[in-house]
Design a protein around this ligand. Structure first.
Ligand code: MF3
Ligand code: CO
Ligand code: CO
Length: 274
């Protein structure tokens, strides 16, 4: 069948409505609550930072994060989330994400990501950052710097009227330009009233595709960039830990972003870096 132009336009508009219709536009009160949860998430990572040293277990770092969240009236969203057991994810070296804190003792030269999501008064804030233990290689330093820049470039795309695909487009372009690869099996996500909401934020995408950004949308950008191949494999024993298939390093940074009337606000950026 041949569609008349108007029919085509109508279908296009319906499809457009459909992608955007599942995305919650937050009210000013909700934004206020989410902003507080996000601030606490950022502060939790700051509280963990001084304890990152050789010889410290990832469980110890987790416990510091958990205590900090609870002392500030929050509940860690990860505990019991699809059966996940701990208050944070701590992903060391070749672990891409969802590393379960445990008895591993950090060593000089390790790189790690700590990811926390406090629920404060029912609102969620989600953020993660990289730490280095002692002296790390130039290669590891470059991977971390490139991954952070990927997040910055993604955030730069966040403005009303732009599309979600524009984020993944710039992120992957920069990763590849630097000789790295972008993980496609885990994505960013809408967040705030629930842990994982629509839309999915892929870190590798075509420009000008997907939902249109609108004021009041809140989502994470959390690029995972690999030194070698992009593929991930999940640990069969714990069902969570995602590692690179070639054993090479992986890095990740995550922020929660609010689309405002004119640009964006990086809600978890307590250091004011972005
Ligand atoms: N915080 C992670 C994210 O950025 C999700 C962790 S889910 C868990 O989306 F169950 F592994 F904790
Ligand atoms: Co997230
Ligand atoms: Co997270």
């Amino acid at each position: 069948m041949r569609y008349e132009y108007n029919t085509f336009a109508a279908l296009y508009i319906m499809a457009f409505r459909d992608i955007n219709s599942k995305i919650i536009i937050k009210t000013p009160d909700q934004i206020d609550g989410i902003r507080r949860a996000c601030k606490l998430a950022g502060e939790t990572l700051k509280a963990v930072a001084p304890f990152v040293k050789a010889g410290v277990t990832t469980l110890k770092l987790n416990d510091i994060a958990e205590q900090f969240m609870r002392d500030n009236g929050a509940i860690p969203a990860t505990i019991g989330y699809n059966g996940y057991p701990k208050a944070s994810c701590i992903s060391v070296n070749d672990v891409i994400c969802h590393g379960i804190p445990g008895s591993y003792e950090l060593r000089d030269g390790d790189i790690l990501n700590v990811d926390v999501t406090p629920i404060l008064n029912g609102y969620y804030g989600d953020t993660s950052t990289m730490f280095a233990v002692g002296e790390i290689t130039e290669h590891a330093k470059k991977l971390i710097a490139v991954t952070k820049e990927c997040l910055r470039l993604g955030i730069e795309q966040c403005t009303p009227g732009k599309r979600i695909g524009d984020i993944g487009f710039v992120i992957n372009q920069y990763a590849v330009k630097n000789g790295f690869s972008t993980v496609y099996e885990f994505c960013g996500h809408g967040v705030g009233l629930k842990f994982h909401e629509e839309p999915e934020i892929c870190h590798i995408a075509d420009a000008n595709i997907g939902a249109v950004m609108q004021p009041g949308m809140i989502f994470t950008i959390e690029p995972m960039i690999n030194a070698g191949k992009a593929r991930a494999k999940i640990d069969k024993r714990d069902g969570w830990t995602a590692r690179t298939i070639d054993g090479k390093l992986s890095a990740q940074f995550e922020h929660t972003i609010l689309i405002t009337q004119t640009t964006a606000e990086v809600l978890t950026d307590v250091a004011g870096e972005f």
